[in-house]
Ligand binder design. Sequence first.
Ligand SMILES: [Zn+2]
Length: 261
Amino acid sequence: MRPLPVGASRSYTTRFQQAAAVPNNMQNTLQALRGLQELDQDIFRVSQEVARLPRELEQRRAIINARIAERQSLEQEVLAQKMKVKELEDMTTVQRQRQRKLEGEANASRADASMLAAYQHEIRKIKREVSEAEEEGLQYVEVADQLEARIADIQAAIDEEEKVFVELSANVEKELSEATEKLAGLTTERDKRMSDSIPPDVLTEYEKLLQAREGLAMAQLEDRVCQGCYMGVPANIYVRIARGREIVNCPNCNRILFLQS
Ligand SMILES: [Zn+2]
């Protein structure tokens, strides 16, 4: 085999190294990103959990508080009804006293027929008013009874929900501490995997995508279909990924695409 001229050999080697070095770097970057992605999907999920659990508890609390407010408002209504009953009772007491007084006066003026008729007319009027007031009072008592029955039902529901809430609080606390612990483990592992082969701008883009795409910033391209959004991509996308010189995003979901390695 004829030896290559010195200059040609160097030129060939340099060009080969350049050609190999570029895709290699990009391959390293993609590999490092995929290492992060493995953890980041879990980190995203567990973070969501950590945010969701206290919210769930707050929602439950709000439901119970709304019931308590409803009960309090019904209690106010009961008080108002009872106040009306009391007013009617006071009024009928006064009316009855007046009735007895008139009856006494009527007895005393028995001789005068027209006076007697006037007294009797007035006494009948008072009796009618007292009877109407008693009926009205009974209606208020009935309303108050109905309200009190509703209050008892609501209170029973509140008691039940408070019991559930105590259990739920304990569960949430347990799940939250487990999730926080898991998150710490994942974050430590992620720090270990963080690599210099990911340029800062690529990392920033990747992390933005993680948030925008619910923890999945990367997707494999399989038979020219993005496995993140299941949309087909143009042929040149495949060519660009295969060439391995740049980060290639899915034109539809924007995820960073990679090929099966
Ligand atoms: Zn996609």
